[in-house]
Design a protein around this ligand. Structure first.
Ligand code: SAM
Ligand code: SF4
Length: 436
């Protein structure tokens, strides 16, 4: 979501003649868009400011704006502690970026813009064409969260749930497809909680499916409690919806889920997985895990390990619980760090072995890959298969934006390497003719 937001911030600033640069040396205005989900976020901000300071030691200082959830949560402190910062701007008020830049150009007072103005934000953003021209593009459809899991800052930093209207979303989707996007990834902190008037995520998927040149749809991140029957049906009926669902579970222990205020049990989670598999037998899953949540016993932890062995998630994103100021869990007693680290290591070992087995089985199978870009200075192309796995193939022809059948030949931890199937067949034919 921060990538989507950063692109929108940059597009807004273009209106007052700022253009994006990759070179820190030529920066007039430096916007640092931040995430507050785990600790050290604020340390990273100070570290990054330090880098800019060093770069501009004997030069005119650029305007420094801290955006995103760290700004929302700790804006006032940042402004007080680091005089180099000109403004802080929360994730629901970045539509004000241009006024803030203009005021900062005039060296006005420090600005703290952290109102929850999500409707106003999208009203402004809707006036701005989404000019992203990536093959795979993000599109935010929902923001904020009303669920208040005890460990999480999102309800405090992104504010309450808000869903954009169907018309707004379709307009932006058409803009993206007209500029060449072939895949749209719908975004939301709880994307499947999407509801606008009587419309739900499943309705939106059906509408997006009708866009002719759009080839693939994905959505992330989902909450198990919002996986409704109509959404499960959409996985069967929407041909453009890819067969991978990222469905964070956090823990394999129902007791811990209760302590986290997740609102579902492991049985319910497994039932959802079964129902989805029944409707869409090719579907696979990935998930998020919090290891060593306060009160997690050895037995609770073992249940998390059993769960990943059972479901065989193709990707498991795991982190040690990180205490966030202001959240209810921050008042609970932490698992000691040595135990937490040991558990994370055990968990990641098991998760990696599951991933390795899955990838091994892909060798010599055929995947459909949507190619996103050429690899710099090489006759190689990067794309993703239906399950969002990174795939690289060699090709002299431009593959960008095309979907090709790829035979997987090799893999490492993060990437699959393959050959275009027609090329494989050609090679085989040549070999056969030669042999004959
Ligand atoms: N809304 C989604 C859900 O409930 O499943 C997840 C969105 S959350 C922004 C992304 C992930 O960050 C969570 O799934 C969780 O694993 C992780 N996370 C959030 N707070 C955390 C904390 N205090 N410590 C460690 N991980 C955390
Ligand atoms: Fe955070 Fe997700 Fe829980 Fe909302 S549902 S509080 S975003 S973890």
């Amino acid at each position: 979501m921060n990538e989507y937001d950063s692109n929108r911030i940059a597009a807004l600033a273009e209106k007052i003649n700022y253009i994006r640069t990759k070179d820190i040396k030529e920066t007039d205005c430096y916007v640092l868009n931040t995430c507050h989900i785990r600790e050290k976020a604020t340390d990273k901000v100070y570290h990054d400011i330090g880098r800019v300071k060093k770069e501009f030691r004997n030069k005119k200082k650029p305007i420094i704006i801290i955006a995103g959830c760290v700004a929302q949560a700790e804006g006032e402190v940042l402004l007080k502690k680091e005089s180099y910062i000109d403004a802080v701007i929360g994730p629901q008020s970045y539509h004000e970026i241009n006024e803030i830049i203009i005021k900062s150009e005039k060296k006005s007072n420090k600005i703290n813009s952290t109102e929850f103005n999500v409707i106003k934000k999208f009203d402004q953003l809707n006036l701005l064409k989404n000019s992203n021209n990536k093959i795979s593009s993000f599109l935010t459809i929902q923001e904020g969260c009303d669920k208040f899991c005890k460990f999480c800052v999102v309800p405090y930093t992104r504010g309450p749930e808000h869903s954009r209207s169907l018309d707004e979303i379709l307009l932006e989707a058409h803009q993206l497809v007209d500029r060449g996007s072939k895949e749209i990834i719908l975004l939301g902190q709880n994307v499947n909680a999407y509801h606008f008037e009587k419309l739900k995520l499943s309705h939106l998927l059906i509408e997006l499916e009708k866009i002719k040149n759009l080839k693939r749809i994905r959505y992330t991140t989902s909450h198990p409690n919002d996986v409704s029957t109509d959404l499960i049906d959409a996985h069967k009926n929407c041909k453009k919806l890819m067969p991978l669902l990222h469905l964070p579970v956090q823990s394999g222990s129902t007791k811990i889920l209760k302590d986290m205020n997740r609102g579902h049990t492991i049985d319910k989670y497994l039932k959802i997985i079964e129902e989805l598999k029944e409707k869409k037998p090719t579907i696979k899953f990935s998930s998020d895990f919090i290891i060593a949540y306060p009160g997690e016993t050895e037995d609770d932890f073992n249940k998390t390990v059993s769960l990943i062995k059972k479901v065989k998630f193709i990707n498991s994103y795991s982190f040690i619980y990180s205490s966030r100021p202001g959240t209810p869990a921050s008042n609970m007693r932490n698992v000691d760090i040595k135990t937490a680290k040991e558990r994370l290591k055990i968990f990641q070992n098991v998760a990696n072995n599951i991933k390795k087995d899955y990838r091994k089985k892909l060798i010599n199978s055929v995947s459909e890959v949507l190619f996103e870009n050429k690899i710099k200075n090489e006759d190689k192309y990067f794309g993703r298969d239906e399950y969002f796995n990174s795939v690289i193939v060699s090709s002299k022809k431009n593959l960008t934006g095309q979907i090709k059948k790829i035979k997987i030949k090799q893999h490492n931890h993060n990437t699959l390497f393959g050959e275009i199937l027609s090329d494989c067949q050609k090679d085989k034919k040549i070999k056969e003719e030669y042999a004959a």
